[in-house]
Design a protein around this ligand. Structure first.
Ligand code: URA
Length: 223
C-alpha cells in the first residue's frame, strides 16, 4: 500500500546515516524536511482516496515549522478548519494557540496536524478505512519532520497513534515510546477543555513535561 513510500523515506535516511558513520568527514546530502513535506503534499494532491473528498471544502495538510521539535496531532479538521484549510483555527484551535504561547513558543515554531486530512461530515468519528488510507501520509510527515515529541490531542488521536483502547485519562501524563527518535505524550483535546475547564491543570502538567523533555525553559512560578 502507500506504506511503501514511508518505508522508502526511512530506508533512505538510514542509508545516509550509515554512510556518515562509515565515512566521517565526508559530507552527505542533508535531509530537507521542507522539501519532503512539499513532496508529500504534492502526492496527496486533490486526494480522492476516501469518500470524505466529496464533502470537504479543503484538505487540511498540516502547518508549522518543518524542523519542529514538537508536533501536535489532533483528530480531524472541524468546520472552521475545513473552510480555511488550516488545522486548529476554530475555538479549540484558539485555546491550543494559548497553550503554545504559555509554553513560550508560537504556532510557527511547532507543527500541527491531524490523523485525518479531511473533515468527517457532522464531525463524526473517523472510520477505520479513512484512517487506513490517510494515516500513512501523517506517518511520512512525522518521518520528514522528525520531531522529538509528539503531543496527541484527545482520545481519538492518542488511541489511534498508540494502537490501544486505553482511556485518555490513563494514557496522559507520561511519555510513550513512539519512534526510535521520538516519544508521544497524550493529553486532553482542547475542545474537551472548553467543556471541562477543570482539566486545564492536567494539560498544563503535560505541557510542562514536554518542555522538560525538550529542555525548554519553564515559566517562573508566580509568587
Ligand atoms: N479538532 C481537531 O482534532 N483538529 C482540528 O484541526 C480542529 C479541531
Amino acid at each position: 500500500m502507500t506504506d511503501f513510500y514511508g518505508d522508502l523515506e526511512q530506508l533512505k535516511a538510514q542509508l545516509e546515516r550509515q554512510q556518515e558513520l562509515k565515512n566521517p568527514g565526508v559530507r552527505v546530502k542533508k535531509r530537507d524536511p521542507k522539501k519532503l513535506l512539499a513532496n508529500i503534499s504534492q502526492e496527496l494532491g486533490n486526494c480522492r482516496r476516501c469518500d470524505l473528498h466529496s464533502t470537504r471544502k479543503h484538505l487540511v495538510f498540516g502547518k508549522g515549522n518543518p524542523d519542529a521539535e514538537l508536533m501536535f496531532v489532533g483528530e480531524a479538521p472541524g468546520a472552521d478548519e475545513d473552510l480555511q484549510g488550516e488545522p486548529f483555527v476554530g475555538r479549540a484551535g484558539q485555546l491550543l494557540g494559548k497553550i503554545i504561547t504559555a509554553m513560550g513558543k508560537s504556532r510557527d515554531q511547532v507543527y500541527i496536524a491531524n490523523i485525518l486530512k479531511c473533515r468527517p461530515p457532522e464531525n463524526r468519528n473517523p472510520k477505520p478505512d479513512e484512517i487506513a488510507v490517510c494515516s500513512p501520509f501523517l506517518r511520512r510527515q512525522i518521518e520528514a519532520i522528525q520531531p522529538k515529541v509528539i503531543c496527541a490531542l484527545g482520545t481519538f488521536a492518542a488511541q489511534t497513534m498508540l494502537k490501544t483502547n486505553t482511556a485518555i485519562g490513563r494514557l496522559r501524563g507520561r511519555p510513550h515510546p513512539f519512534t526510535e527518535t521520538c516519544v508521544l505524550i497524550p493529553t486532553y483535546h482542547p475542545a474537551y477543555l472548553l467543556r471541562s475547564p477543570s482539566k486545564k491543570k492536567e494539560v498544563w502538567n503535560d505541557m510542562q513535561l514536554i518542555m522538560k523533555l525538550l529542555g525548554w525553559p519553564l515559566p517562573q512560578a508566580k509568587s
